[in-house]
Each structure stands twice: as structure tokens, then as C-alpha cells.
Design a protein around this ligand. Structure first.
Ligand code: MRU
Length: 363
């Protein structure tokens, strides 16, 4: 994506002796755009854990380079196994993390240690390139849906899309999943307007999605997380589209906390609810999302405190809850397949069901 006239990806290889990578520090957006250099496996693990980088595909890509750094320092089987474990434990819900680690392991484990590093860098770069191509294809497939819905509206109408969290290019290597069709629709001249859920507690919608849409010139409005139902009741949403961190083989969708409530409101109001995902987000080993997907629980301080820019331009953290009130912070929820209108993947669109996924992916 373009930022200030320069083409960016969210992760890139630096030209230095350490073979380091660069990433965007997403904790500082939307107020500051700063990049960071990561050059050790531990730094990659830390960046994923503390959400310097986040979003299912991007944490997978970062973990892939974490494996490269571990092998640079020690190409043995033991070092590979230990790096896999450390990186895998950084965040529990997004399956793309394990997917990327498995791809890396499969690429390097059969090789003699002396050949592993070069193969690891090559595979990590390939995974990043694949992510870009896959998301572009998701964008094209989603765009066809947008066109169909718009064609059914009176001439001159806007297409109102609601999204939750950040499933844009910042969550991936480029393009994004749910936001890819939005960027493409805007570029193609469709009159698209996006309702952006703020997505408490970390505000990935208000901070990151709004920033991306702003940079790209896409008309949008940030709303509090509880506004979606009201907007849908008043005919102000034509479709919802969100990303996912893990989708089961039966089409249950796990995504940022609050997604389920939007799907319920969408069903009650006859609003189509789409989920955009690369196939790397499908966990073919599980069927029941509610029982089988581990839900990340993060620090209560993300709920009790907010960080932002003050009127004088400095940054501050404020407490919004009373001293002593406990808070809980579940990061994700599961939307059952029955509430999902369709899954939009790089291979096309399918029903959120075992049959739908099998038809598309032949598994
Ligand atoms: O906690 P985060 O910011 O990593 O959560 C991200 C999301 O929930 C996204 O919607 C999901 O990763 C899909 S993005 C391609």
C-alpha cells in the first residue's frame, strides 16, 4: 500500500549483515508512523506478544523470520525446535502462526544444518509474497460481491460496509483480507462508505482501520462498538465484512471479540455477513469453533486503561475504571457458521460449511 508516496509492505528484509527485517510499530499508529528493526528470534517473539505487529497473517510472517534468525545463530535441530516452541507460544488464537511455523519447519528440517539458513530466508520471503497474492485474489472475489449488492440498490446509492477490528494491510503483508475488496471498490470508483467499529479494548478499528482508510481516501465513519445493531436496524448497512484468526473445517469463524454480536445483529436485520480469509487461516484439524479454538486472554490493563494523544500533542495513558474494579479481557469470540453468509477466500466464495470448504479446497 502507498503511504506518503512510497509503496510499503508491513514487513521487509533489510540489506544488512545481520539479515534483519523491518516492521511498522503498530502500537504507535495512528499518531506516529515509525518502523522498527528486528534481528533476533526473541525480538520477533516480543513483537508478536506485545502486538507491535498483529493480525493473523502478519504474525505468521514475523514468526517465519524469527525462525531465520534462530537458524542464523544456531542451525541445529534443537535450536529449530526451541524457536518453533517459543514463537508458537506468543499468541494462541490465530492459526496462521502455526501454519507459517509448519511451512518453515518443512522447508528447513530435511536439509543439513549448513544449508538451512539460506532456505529459511527464501521460504520466509515466499510466504510473504504468497500472502500478498492471496489477499489480492480475496480482494477481487470480494469486489464481485460488492458490485452485486450495489447493483440491487437504487442508482446513485452508496454501498455501506461495516467492518470490525483491523483486517487491512497492516494485519497482513499487504492489501488485507476484509479491507482488500474495500480498497479495490474505492479504486474502481464504487461509492463505498465504511462503518469502522472502534474495537475496544485496543481500538484496532479506530486506530488502524480508520488510519488505513484515511490514507487511501476511502470515505468512512468510526462508530462505537455498540452502534452496529442500531445502524443495521435503520438500513444503514448493506453488508458486513470481517477477517478471521481461525476458521474451522466446518466454517465456524473466530475473530476479534465483538464479531459474534455483529453477526447476530446482521442475521436479525437481514444484512449479509461475509468473512474474508486466506486458506492459511483455516484450521482443518478442528470442527467446533466454540469448543476447540483457544481464546486469548490479555492483560486487564488493556480494558481499564486507554492510551492516546493529548491536546498538546503528547501521549498519555488514562484509567477509565474505578480503582480496584477487576476487568477481564477476552481477545476473540467465535461466530458459528450458521450466521455467516459466505466465506470469501483466494479461491473464490463458498458457504461457511464443511461442504462449502471442501468444494473449494478439495479436502
Ligand atoms: O489482536 P489482533 O489485532 O491481532 O486481531 C486481529 C484480528 O482479529 C483480525 O481481524 C484478524 O487477524 C484477521 S486480519 C487478516
Amino acid at each position: 500500500m502507498n503511504y506518503q508516496g512510497k509503496r510499503w509492505r508491513t514487513i521487509w528484509r533489510n540489506d544488512d549483515a545481520k539479515g534483519s527485517i523491518g516492521v511498522i510499530d503498530q502500537r504507535l499508529l495512528p499518531h506516529e508512523f515509525k518502523t522498527l528493526t528486528l534481528s533476533t528470534m526473541e525480538e520477533c517473539a516480543e513483537a508478536i506478544r506485545h502486538m507491535t505487529v498483529r493480525g493473523a497473517p502478519l504474525i505468521g510472517a514475523t514468526a517465519a523470520y524469527g525462525i531465520c534468525f534462530a537458524l542464523r545463530d544456531d542451525p541445529s535441530d534443537a535450536a529449530l525446535a526451541s524457536a518453533y516452541q517459543i514463537l508458537h507460544k506468543t499468541r494462541p488464537t490465530a492459526i496462521n502462526l502455526k501454519w507459517a511455523l509448519d511451512k518453515m519447519q518443512a522447508a528447513v528440517a530435511p536439509l543439513p544444518p549448513a544449508k538451512r539458513l539460506e532456505a529459511a530466508y527464501a521460504r520466509a520471503a515466499e510466504l510473504c509474497d504468497e500472502d500478498v497474492a492471496v489477499n489480492e485474489a480475496i480482494g477481487r472475489n470480494g469486489l464481485s460481491i460488492f458490485r452485486e449488492i450495489l447493483e440491487k440498490k437504487p442508482a446513485g446509492s452508496k454501498l455501506n460496509v461495516l467492518t470490525h477490528c483491523n483486517a487491512g494491510w497492516l494485519a497482513c503483508v499487504d492489501w488485507g483480507t476484509a479491507l482488500a475488496p474495500i480498497f479495490m471498490a474505492h479504486d474502481a470508483g464504487l461509492p463505498v462508505h465504511v462503518w469502522v467499529d472502534e474495537t475496544r479494548p485496543r481500538n484496532q478499528g479506530a486506530s488502524l482501520t480508520a488510519w488505513e482508510l484515511n490514507q487511501h481516501g476511502v470515505p468512512h465513519t468510526v462508530v462505537v462498538d455498540n452502534a452496529g445493531g442500531h445502524l443495521m436496524q435503520h438500513g444503514l448497512v448493506d453488508l458486513c465484512i470481517v477477517g478471521t484468526d481461525r476458521t474451522t473445517a466446518h466454517g465456524d469463524v473466530c475473530n476479534k471479540i465483538g464479531t459474534y454480536l455483529k453477526a447476530l445483529a446482521a442475521r436479525d436485520n437481514g444484512v449479509p455477513f461475509y468473512v474474508a480469509l486466506p486458506s492459511s487461516t483455516i484450521d482443518w484439524t478442528i470442527n467446533d469453533g466454540l469448543k476447540e479454538i483457544p481464546i486469548e486472554e490479555r492483560s486487564a490493563s488493556e480494558v481499564t486503561h486507554l492510551r492516546g494523544k493529548m491536546a498538546d500533542g503528547t501521549f498519555a495513558e488514562i484509567q477509565v475504571t474505578p480503582d480496584g474494579s477487576p476487568a477481564s479481557n477476552y481477545g476473540f469470540d467465535v461466530t458459528p457458521a450458521r450466521l455467516v453468509t459466505a466465506l470469501v477466500t483466494e479461491k473464490g466464495t463458498c458457504a461457511a460449511s464443511e461442504a462449502g470448504l471442501k468444494k473449494l479446497f478439495g479436502r
